[in-house]
Structure formats: structure tokens, C-alpha cells
Design a protein around this ligand. Sequence first.
Ligand code: SF4
Length: 175
Amino acid sequence: MCLKIGISRCLLGERVRYDGGERGEPVLVEAMQRAARLVPLCPEVECGMSIPREPAEIGGSVFCPTFVGLRTGRNYTVQLMEWVLPRIERFVREPVHGMVLKSNSPSCACVTPKPIWHPENTPGMGWSLGLFARAFQERFPRIPMADEVVLQHPGNRNIFLERVRKYAASVAEEA
Ligand code: SF4
């Protein structure tokens, strides 16, 4: 079976970040490419936001997180989620067996949740994963996810790839 792993495009070295930059992780990417076909994605750009764009954070609440521009206070949640939800459903027809996403992003953070931001900096608003990562995890809770921080360590990369292989094998068995 051909393993497939979704990956944040900024980790591939594409200049898609809000500031027009990238966060390429060539060693990690090469390790993933040796094991699987990579499926690049960037929720913010693919939902129609520009490069560069205003920085954003997770707003709202733990139960109903939003995607808010830090300069204008504009709420981009509908724009983002109108891309996220159908994209996630596409993974039913075009499955991936793992997901590697950029840490500390209001869209992609998938391991360490981010503090929910509030204009008055009110403490205790709670924490949330990035909006894409959160929706993906809710839809596909068994698919292994990791970020570039966890996967810096070669041992963690091996463990992650083993989980990806096991997940793919379990899907094949169920088919
Ligand atoms: S962290 Fe996610 S949304 Fe942000 S630039 Fe990278 S791929 Fe795009």
C-alpha cells in the first residue's frame, strides 16, 4: 500500500505564512518522503487569504473557537471553515494515513494547544488546537498527527511512522 501523509506547506519550505515566510524542515520532510507520499496543504492560503496577511489568533471560546485577525479584529472563521470542512471530507475519498502540521499556528497547531486570545487579554479563556487540526482530529481521531517540534527527534519520527504504518494496515484489514 502507498502510505500518504498530509503536511503543512510551510514545512515544505513554501512561502505561505502570514508574513510571506516559510518554516522549511528539510530533514523532517526527507524522512517523511522516504516513507510516504506527501499531501501538502495550507488552510489559510487555500481558503483564500492572501500572502502576506494579517496575523491571526484563536478567539472565541474552548467550545466555539474562532479565527480572528489581530490587527483588524476581523472574524475569518466562516471563510476558513468553509474551506476546512469540505477539505476534511475529501480525505474520506482520498485518505491519508498521518498528518504532520506546523506547531503554534491558529490553523495547524495539532499537539500543543494555543491559549485562546481575547482583545482585553483576559486570562483563563482556555486553550485550543488550531482550527484545521481540531476539525481533522474530531473527524479522524485514529489518524496519527504530529508537529515538527515532536518530530525533530529521529526516535520520534520512527515512532510516528510506525503508527502511520499500523494505522494504514488496520484500515486495509477493515476494507
Ligand atoms: S501553519 Fe498552516 S496555515 Fe500557517 S502557513 Fe503553515 S500550513 Fe499555512
